[in-house]
Design a binder for this molecule. Structure first.
Ligand SMILES: [Cu+2]
Length: 220
């Protein structure tokens, strides 16, 4: 019994010692683990580099995006914009040219033609309150009748024909022109207006300007 009593404490002691040894072993193992990881600053270093890698990636992405944007702006958009600007400039230039062409277009009637006693080609209509200028209702071009006409202010001038086949447009002379640009046919088939301002106003067919042209000279 005594031995049992003697053994028991010793067994308990041994158990305690074992527990302590285990605890020490665990502690030393933990210390070893800590000391083995601490000399390699890889963990904090890796953590730092891992956080910096996504940053680099993000920076790279941002740079790539910026480069793409720059590429788009420089190589893709810039020529397009330039082309757009050029076409816009062309449009403006065309419009300006058209105006300049209209303004610079010669009046293809001589003063002698305006002054002569009127006939089918025109002449002096100043004794009349109206004059008709007739042109084809078919597609084939023919010169306007009375295409060089001198009239007084207040005279009514009437174009009669197919404006869809022979679009009327002002061409040269003083501005603003009383001659209305007309390219559609009306039920009445004519375009009439009353001249109110002295001047010489040219016109032509937009389709056949070398064959169908004329001018109205308006005198006070
Ligand atoms: Cu015509």
């Amino acid at each position: 019994m005594t031995t049992r009593h003697d053994v028991r404490p010793s067994r308990e002691t041994a158990a305690l010692a074992t527990a302590w040894l285990l605890a020490l072993a665990l502690a030393s193992a933990a210390t070893a683990a800590c000391s083995s990881s601490s000399p390699a600053p890889a963990t904090p270093g890796d953590a730092a580099s891992e956080t910096s890698i996504p940053d680099v990636g993000a920076t790279t992405d941002a740079l790539a995006d910026a480069a793409d944007a720059a590429f788009d702006a420089t190589l893709a958009d810039a020529p397009t914009d330039a082309a757009d600007a050029r076409s816009d400039a062309d449009a403006s230039a065309d419009a300006a040219d058209a105006i300049a062409d209209t303004a610079a277009a010669p009046i293809r009637c001589t003063q002698a033609e305006f002054d002569k006693p009127f006939d089918a080609t025109g002449g002096d209509f100043t004794a009349y309150t109206g004059v008709n200028i007739v042109f084809p209702t078919v597609a084939a071009p023919t010169q306007y009748t009375n295409h060089c006409a001198k009239v007084k202010v207040g005279t009514s001038v009437t174009f009669v024909g197919s404006f869809s086949k022979h679009p009327l447009q002002p061409s040269g002379g003083d501005t603003p022109s009383p001659i209305p640009a007309t390219s559609t046919d009306t039920t009445t088939g004519y375009a009439g207006f009353t001249v109110t301002t002295p001047g010489t106003f040219g016109y032509q067919c937009a389709y056949h300007p070398t064959m169908m042209f004329g001018a109205i000279q308006v005198v006070p």
